[in-house]
Structures are given as structure tokens and as C-alpha cells.
Write a protein that binds this ligand. Structure first.
Ligand SMILES: Cc1cc2nc3c(=O)[nH]c(=O)nc-3n(C[C@H](O)[C@H](O)[C@H](O)COP(=O)(O)O)c2cc1C
Length: 405
């Protein structure tokens, strides 16, 4: 679990727990007034297990988020905080808000037309605040902060959700993302008729009730709530596998190709002027044992290509786990690569990186056109290797190490 700080309204720092892999679709959890992110513990566990990235945010004046020196705890400030946090995320999460957190999320997302979030779950935050709900709400928020020292006691005096009930109803009409409204069947907040009206009014909304649960069923019956939430997410905001089709974005294709884990090599040769030349390459493949052939693919844009094409010989140096700096040096343009790296001339004239896991000295066998790369095939004249070292690995754009369970 990692902690991250976001800049909220007026630069106030808001704190959140980040759990799961940030490559998974994300869910942002927003607790109710007088609570902290810790109330989501069980729900967050269930979401991470189901392959979601979870961000649990503390509202301003709550938990590890900063307190407002000048008591800016109005509903509007809380809505602006959420907008600011959503704008700082790399992807559009589903926002799950309980009680006050739900109204904040509904307002931010409903007014915004769906650019900031991909879905909304209202846990015991009825989208219509009638007089009875407003009364229950005011009482619950005013009494809650006193229950915990993790909340600025002034928060309950300033927060003014009841005054924003019209704004909330209006924002509800603007919701375009998938919405789930969940309430405890015994909750004093809202009622089933109002929920049905909401579902009729908002085409993307659905309603679920949790039996035997009162206000904030999320936490009373977190197992039942998690089941309803996961069902909603799987149906309405499913995990999508990135999909590349010929001509669509090259980034997705690169990421798909990056799912194939490789080692890392430095391909070297001696230029006609007798200068060592080399670049980092993970496109290395063994081709044939008889004759002994291997290949690497060199980008046509590579400044090393001319020397590799001109020379009759080249070498492939397989890097070990300690040679990540060598890989970086030979991948970076403008570096004086060989002055920073120990090397010596091999038996057949190609530069060999000292201490590599393996060195293959090759005579050029063939060159093929390979789109924006050239396929360089070498016949191995000599190979030596270090039997006791681990390789440097490369997977999904990152260096990795072998891990034996
Ligand atoms: C892990 C890794 C693998 C790479 N594999 C290749 C490769 O197979 N072929 C290639 O042409 N470039 C590859 N590159 C990129 C080159 O190393 C990089 O563009 C380098 O700056 C080229 O240098 P040059 O233009 O001096 O030849 C790789 C880079 C990294 C970090």
C-alpha cells in the first residue's frame, strides 16, 4: 500500500491510500462525514482481489488530509477537492461515496457531464434530499465528528449539505455515467419510492437494497455491499483488455509486445574508423544451431545501424543483473558509451562488454528488411558465458530480476 498526496481546493493537501496495480481500472472510495478512509478496509480488500486499483481518499479535515486553517469546510469546497483529485489521476475511476462522500461525488460527476469519472456508486446517499433526510443527515454529520479525534471538530459546524439539496438534485439529472444507488433497507436516509423515481429519471442508474441493514450499510454489512458493488462493476464498468487492430494506436501494440519478457543485450561492432559502436537491444533471438545463427532487430533510425551494416562482424553481449547502468548508457543518445563501460576487443575484432553474462562474437550472415527495423542475422564464431550470474530482464517496459519462489 502506498500513500499519495493530492492538491485539493485552494492547494490544501489531501491524503489517500493507493492499493493494487495502477494498470488495473481504478475505484476511488470517499468516506462519509466524520469518518476516515479506514472504514473502507474490507471493501478495498475485496476490490483489489477482484483486480481493481483502489484509491481511498480522506476528505479535508479528516484523517491524514490537512485541516483547513480558515475552516473552509463548506460542501462546495469538498466538491472542488474531488474535482481536483480526479483531474490529477491518470485514468477515470468509478467513484464510490458513502453518505456525505456520495453527495460530493454525485455533484462533482453530475455537473461535469462524465469527463472525470467512469461510474458512480452512492452508498446511502439518496440523490433526493427531502426534509426528513435533511434532518437525519444534519444530525448524523454534526454528531459524527465528535466520535473521532481524526476529524477537525469544526467540520460538523460548517458543512452545509442541506443547503445544497437543490444543487444535488440538479446534478443528479445530469448524470450520464453508470450509477448504482445502494441503501440499507432499514436506513432513515431516503426511501424506496424516491430511489425508484431516481432510477426512472436517470437512464444510466440502477438501485439495490441491502436487507437487514440500516444507515451506511456499506460498513455494517460490508460483505453484502462488496458483492453488490463488484457485480455492478463487472456488468457496467468491466475490466477491458486493451485491444490493438491494424492501424489503431501503436502504444497498445507496444504494450502487447512488452508482455513478452526478455533479457537485455548490447549489440556492438567496430566502425570502419576503428571506433567501438553499440546499442542496447532486447530483440535478440536464437535462430539455428546448425549452422549456429542468431538475430537482432536494429531500428532504421539507430545511429549505430550504418556501422553494423558496413562491418562484417558484430557481437551480442547479454547483460547480467548488475549491468542495468550499462543498458541505460547504451540506450541513451549522446552518451560516450564506451568510455563509461569496461570493454575489450574480442578475438574476432568486435568490442566485448566486460563481465557480461554471455558474449556472442558473430560474422554477418544476412541482413533483411524488417519494416522500420533491419533484421541482422549473425553466424556465431565464438560464445562464452558466465554460469553463476543472474540475467537482467525486461518486461512491460521495466527492468526486472529473476525471482525463485
Ligand atoms: C531494454 C531496451 C531494449 C531495446 N531494444 C532495442 C532493439 O531491439 N532494437 C533497437 O533498435 N533499439 C532498441 N532499444 C533502443 C535503443 O537502445 C536506443 O534507441 C538507442 O539510443 C539507440 O542508439 P543509437 O541510435 O546510437 O544506435 C532498446 C532500448 C532498451 C532500453
Amino acid at each position: 500500500m502506498a500513500e499519495r498526496e493530492f492538491k485539493g481546493f485552494g492547494g490544501l493537501l489531501l491524503s489517500a491510500d493507493m492499493r493494487g496495480s495502477d494498470e488495473d481500472p481504478s475505484v476511488l472510495l470517499l468516506h462519509g462525514g466524520g469518518q476516515t478512509r479506514h472504514v473502507w478496509q474490507e471493501t478495498a480488500d475485496a476490490l483489489v482481489k477482484a483486480g481493481r486499483h483502489v484509491i481511498s481518499l480522506d476528505l479535508r479535515g479528516h484523517g491524514r488530509s490537512a485541516r483547513s486553517e480558515d475552516a473552509r469546510y463548506e460542501f462546495d469546497a469538498c466538491v472542488e477537492d474531488l474535482r481536483a483529485v480526479l483531474a490529477q489521476l491518470a485514468s477515470r475511476p468509478v467513484v464510490v461515496g458513502a453518505g456525505l462522500g456520495g453527495w460530493i461525488a454525485l455533484t462533482a460527476i453530475g455537473e461535469d457531464g462524465g469527463h472525470l469519472a467512469s461510474g458512480l456508486v452512492l452508498a446511502d446517499a439518496p440523490p433526493e434530499i427531502d426534509l426528513r433526510t435533511a434532518g437525519a443527515l444534519a444530525a448524523s454529520i454534526r454528531s459524527a465528528p465528535a466520535q473521532t479525534e481524526n476529524v477537525d471538530p469544526v467540520f460538523g459546524d460548517v458543512i452545509d449539505v442541506e443547503k445544497s439539496s437543490e444543487r444535488i438534485s440538479l446534478a443528479a439529472s445530469g448524470l450520464k455515467v453508470p450509477v448504482l444507488f445502494v441503501r440499507g433497507a432499514l436506513s432513515s436516509f431516503g426511501n424506496r419510492d424516491a430511489a425508484n423515481r431516481f432510477v426512472e429519471k436517470v437512464a444510466t442508474a440502477e438501485f439495490a437494497e441491502i436487507e437487514d441493514a440500516g444507515h451506511l450499510a456499506v460498513f455494517d454489512r460490508s460483505d453484502a455491499f462488496s458483492a453488490v458493488l463488484l457485480d455492478f462493476l463487472e456488468r457496467r464498468v468491466p475490466r477491458v483488455m486493451p485491444d490493438y487492430k491494424q492501424g489503431s494506436d501503436a502504444r497498445t501494440l507496444r504494450d502487447a509486445l512488452g508482455c513478452f519478457a526478455t533479457g537485455v543485450t548490447v549489440v556492438t561492432t567496430m566502425s570502419a574508423e576503428g571506433e567501438p559502436v553499440g546499442l542496447t537491444a532486447n530483440s535478440f533471438t536464437s535462430v539455428s544451431l546448425d549452422p549456429p545463427l542468431l538475430l537482432v532487430c536494429i531500428a532504421k533510425s539507430s545511429s549505430s545501424l550504418a556501422a553494423l551494416e558496413a562491418s562484417q562482424r558484430f557481437a551480442v553481449n547479454v547483460l547480467h543483473i548488475g549491468q542495468q547502468p550499462v543498458s541505460n548508457t547504451f540506450a541513451m543518445p549522446g552518451e560516450d558509451r564506451f568510455s563509461q563501460t569496461p570493454w575489450q576487443e574480442g578475438q574476432y575484432g568486435s568490442p566485448l562488454i566486460s563481465g557480461a553474462l554471455a558474449n556472442f562474437e558473430c560474422i554477418k550472415f544476412d541482413l533483411h528488411d524488417g519494416g522500420d527495423h533491419v533484421i541482422l542475422i549473425g553466424k556465431v564464431e565464438r560464445a562464452k558465458y558466465e554460469p553463476r550470474r543472474d540475467p537482467l530482464l525486461y518486461f512491460k517496459g521495466k527492468y526486472r530480476r529473476l525471482h525463485f519462489a
